[in-house]
Design a protein around this ligand. Structure first.
Ligand code: MG
Length: 383
């Protein structure tokens, strides 16, 4: 029986993970859960899954849970220290990191350092500190598995193993709600939050609309599979059926196909290397008929190129890019920044950053902080 800690259990990936784990009660026990502000959902999860530990990262939420759940068997923890305590607990076997944003980095490192199997949905970890994490994985001989559908697809295509055989990785993108739209000038929040194929949290839905999400995935793929950026390509594939592909040096291309449902890559990561039956919907290709692929419009979606640029620069550049993007998206969600100004903020912050080429964790955290402060400044001045 594996004891599982889910960080971000009330979000969309966290909820799907709990659903997948419930399919295999003889294999998994829910050991720890964490949430930020969705306290009502967390309370329901505590009642249903009876974890031993719960961490709340929001102070107000923590106080509410502490008051309302007191006397029960679950231990209530607070903040990043709470996350670390659950992750490194000697009884924890498997950590699912489904946190959103830079806050996911420290728990990722904690999981690797304490020798836990890590299923990673938090892309910011590898974007911010890819080099540090990959070194840590080698050092600790740790097991890390992707949950993101694209990286899960590539992992499934690469079972033969040798990455010298890779000619290129092709990450597919749905294109978001605007890939057909001519001008992005007057995009509203409601339009940006209306994703055509995936149902996800707000931050990642906006990232999908700007194609920043795909750019972050390019950086993530670079670190996950040790492939240089000029061998990682993006194709728009509006049906979201082919989740990514690997082209090999001999001219063969292997793709992974399924209906767009995150429960599939989640189950693959949790059970890896095994495959077990599931009640996921399966594909009917005769109904689908068309699978289309086209090159992205880099001019209309500058975020994609900003990610390639950050990866090429290396060092602390991706951490700054990520911080600026998080702040710009938060401002857009609060209607304090226009959709088209998201890449503008990121570009401006990146251009004034003094790069640290081989960063330690401290340099990464400093770059993150700097990126946030500069972004807030630019956003404030634009209002
Ligand atoms: Mg993805």
């Amino acid at each position: 029986m594996q004891k599982v800690v889910i960080l971000g259990s009330t979000g969309s990936i966290g909820t799907s993970t709990l659903e997948v784990l419930s399919r295999f009660p003889e294999r998994f026990k829910i050991f720890g859960l964490s949430a930020n502000t969705n306290i009502r959902k967390l309370k329901n999860q505590i009642t249903k899954f009876k974890p031993s530990f719960v961490t709340v990262t929001d102070k107000e939420g923590y106080n509410i849970i502490k008051k309302e759940i007191s006397g029960s068997r679950v231990k209530i923890l607070y903040g990043v220290d709470g996350l670390k305590e659950m992750v490194s607990h000697p009884e924890t076997d498997l950590v699912v990191n489904a946190l959103v944003g830079a806050v996911g980095l420290i728990p990722t490192l904690e999981a690797l350092d304490s020798g836990k199997k890590l299923a990673l949905a938090n892309k910011e970890s590898l974007v911010m500190a890819g080099e540090i994490i990959t070194e840590r994985i080698k050092e600790k001989n740790a097991q890390i598995l992707p949950i993101d559908s694209e990286h899960s697809a590539i992992k499934q295509c690469l079972l033969s193993g040798n990455n010298k055989e890779i000619k290129r990785l092709i990450l597919t993108a749905s294109g978001g709600p605007f890939f057909k739209r001519k001008s992005l000038k007057n995009v509203t929040l409601k339009q940006a939050l209306n994703h055509p194929t995936w149902k996800m949290g707000k931050k990642i839905t906006v990232d999908s609309a700007t194609l920043m999400n795909k750019g972050l995935e390019v950086i993530e793929a670079h670190w996950f599979f040790d492939v240089p950026e000029d061998k990682i390509e993006v194709l728009i594939h509006p049906q979201s059926i082919v989740h990514s592909m690997v082209e090999f040096v001999d001219g063969s291309t292997i793709a992974q196909l399924s209906v767009p449902d995150m429960k599939l890559p989640i189950q693959y990561a949790l059970l890896f290397p095994e495959r077990l039956p599931s009640n996921n919907r399966t594909l009917d290709l005769t109904v689908l008929k068309n699978l289309t692929f086209l090159a992205p419009d880099y001019k209309k979606f500058p975020c994609l190129n900003l990610c390639y640029r950050a990866l090429e620069l290396g060092g602390t550049a991706p951490a700054v890019l990520n911080a600026a993007n998080e702040e710009a998206v938060f401002a857009f969600l609060k209607k304090k920044l226009k959709f088209v100004d998201i890449p503008y903020v990121i570009k401006k912050v990146m251009s004034s950053h003094h790069l640290v080429k081989k960063p330690k964790l401290n340099d990464v955290l400093k770059a993150d902080q700097e990126g946030r402060e500069k972004s807030k400044d630019i956003i404030c001045k634009s209002n």
